[in-house]
Design a protein around this ligand. Structure first.
Ligand code: NAP
Length: 328
């Protein structure tokens, strides 16, 4: 019998690719959207790469119980992707924490009540290594939410912690995927997320200089494939998987690949760290970069290759294809 999967946040950058990959793999897909007004645009976007006859939508908000029970009917596996993603510091931390933590709790409880077999949760490397010193980390790493790690990182750390706490002693399985900075072409989500807007700004020449920061990165299509592989990977239950390059990639490397591919407005000069520190006094995006200045974090991602069969897309391909998509 065809398995039915629920993909939360199907209007988003990653959610659309996850839904597309699940459809391509033969699953029936129900996608959650905050408003059904976004359903047609999401269907059209996903339909550019996958058959959409077995795609349907339900309305559900991470901040509200309404809709989640109905969304779970007949669902075997939940791919919980939805969570607000912006790194600029919000005025009130609950703009991020409430949907991330409360939403994850709400989704997992509804899944448990409905007898869902497995949940695949999209966490992040920011739940593992935010605020850590330079070094190589594996999936035993957890960010310390009492340190000044930024509200987005705190939201992802607390949300993942809440998920693990909830499934303790339950028969519902949890698999967690921790992506690095996700890049690659957007299917044309109704609104641009943080990844797409950063690429648009770099390609469009918005930044005269590029911050001297590096991070684990990953192609959006790889994350989607890994999350769909995690639906049935036999040894995946109860584990976290890093979906990020083992070595950090500098934003200056990204810009250099783009310039070589003809995107000449991508900045050629690195911004000195003191300039970022100065900017952070009045710019929320610059402030969010401060914990990363001068830190080199690498990841032991070998389990992702072994258990989920990861075949990483070369990041040069990711960068150039994404630039082409945003430049359209
Ligand atoms: P995105 O394009 O902004 O998508 C976020 C999704 O979450 C959207 O579908 C959004 O719905 C939904 N959402 C936000 N608040 C919601 C709420 N209160 N109720 C229901 N849905 C809500 O971001 P993304 O890059 O695809 O991120 C998807 C996931 O990947 C997130 O969990 C994020 O933390 C994680 N992640 C992203 C990156 C990255 O570099 N992009 C890296 C690591 C992990 P609307 O369309 O209605 O706003």
């Amino acid at each position: 019998m065809t398995q039915k999967v629920l993909v939360t946040g199907v209007s988003g950058y990653l959610g659309q690719w996850v839904a597309a990959e699940a459809l391509l793999q033969g699953f029936d897909v129900v996608g959650t959207v905050r408003s059904l007004a976004k359903a047609d645009a999401s269907r059209a976007a996903i339909g550019t790469v996958a058959p959409v006859e077995h795609l349907s939508f339900v309305e559900a908000d991470l901040l509200d119980d309404a809709g989640w029970e109905a969304a779970m009917i007949g669902v075997n596996v939940v791919l919980h992707v939805a969570s607000p993603f912006f790194v600029a510091e919000p005025k009130d931390e609950n703009e991020l924490i409430a949907p991330a933590v409360g939403g994850t709790t709400r989704v997992l409880k509804a899944a448990m009540n409905a007898g869902v077999e497995r949940v695949v949760l999209t966490s992040s490397i920011v739940a593992m290594t935010s605020g850590k010193p330079s070094g190589t980390y594996d999936t035993s790493a957890w960010s310390d939410v009492t340190a000044p790690i930024g509200t987005y990182a705190k939201s992802k750390t607390l949300a993942e912690r809440a998920a693990w706490d909830l499934v303790k002693g339950s028969s519902m399985e949890l698999v967690v995927v921790c992506p690095g900075f996700i890049l690659g072409p957007s299917l044309g989500a109704p609104a641009d997320g943080q990844s797409v807007s950063m690429m648009r700004d770099i390609v469009g020449g918005k930044f005269p200089m590029i911050p001297d920061v590096a991070m684990g990165m990953v192609d959006v299509r790889d994350v989607a494939r890994l999350e769909v592989a995690a639906i049935s990977a036999p040894g995946a239950a109860g584990r976290r998987f890093v979906a990020a390059s083992a070595q950090p990639v500098a934003l200056s490397q990204l810009a250099s690949v783009l310039r070589a591919a003809g995107y000449t407005k991508a900045p050629a000069r690195k911004a000195p760290n003191f300039a970022i520190k100065l900017m952070s006094l009045f710019d929320k995006d610059a402030k969010s970069l401060l914990p990363q200045l001068g830190v080199t974090i690498a990841y032991d991602n070998h389990e992702t290759f072994e258990e989920l069969g990861w075949q990483p897309t070369p990041l040069e391909v990711t960068f150039v294809e994404m630039a082409a998509a945003v430049a359209k």
